[in-house]
Design a protein around this ligand. Sequence first.
Ligand code: ADE
Length: 235
Amino acid sequence: MPLRIDILTLFPELFGPFLSTSIPKRAAEKGKVEYCLTQIRDFATDAHQSVDDKPFGGGPGMVMMAPIVFDAVEATEKQDSRPATRILLTPQGKVLDQPLIEQLAAKERLLLIAGHYEGFDERISQGLAPLELSIGDYVLSGGELAAMVVIDAVVRLLPGVLGAADGAADETFADGLIEYPQYTRPREFRGMDVPDVLLSGNHGLIARWRQEQRKERTRQRRPDLWQAYERKNQA
Ligand code: ADE
């Protein structure tokens, strides 16, 4: 059974090119994932098809209305008997990392809610109890790009999506270290050479060099990851 990913959005058209290109497309073609778009505005009930309104208490911007998002979520969930892991994309959420992506890739159904405007009525979080996820400490104008980030990172982990040759096993973050430097032809370019060890044909030596590079680069560039790595490998 393919992973079902429901996407609730006011801008389903943003997802078309993304879902029909590269890895997200390949994953669907291989039957590993199925994408289902729901237009939140279809659940609006007034003459203007409103989905948002002014915040109680005043202040700038507009707020997504709870009844409409509830109706959209409940109607979408009824389309399939599998329970969905509900995810709300918001800068107030837990910041996404690779272990979290791995957990999501193990689910059978994800339901992503991408909002727009200033935010969501708090009762959406309260009543639907979604996992609230952020893709980083900056503010986007909507959750759509964040939803695409989640989808891209998840579907490439589904078994059989990436070939063995470009597998996801030994890359950045699989074990908490960033990637080693890569080179391809030409051997010399504008005075910059490929490290000799990579041309040595000695696979043991190459593996050791790469692992050292990963550690060194993580230590220099990502002291936060390096600390976590050291802690884990002391235990
Ligand atoms: N919506 C707006 N900004 C966001 C962010 N950084 N992550 C997830 N969803 C968002």
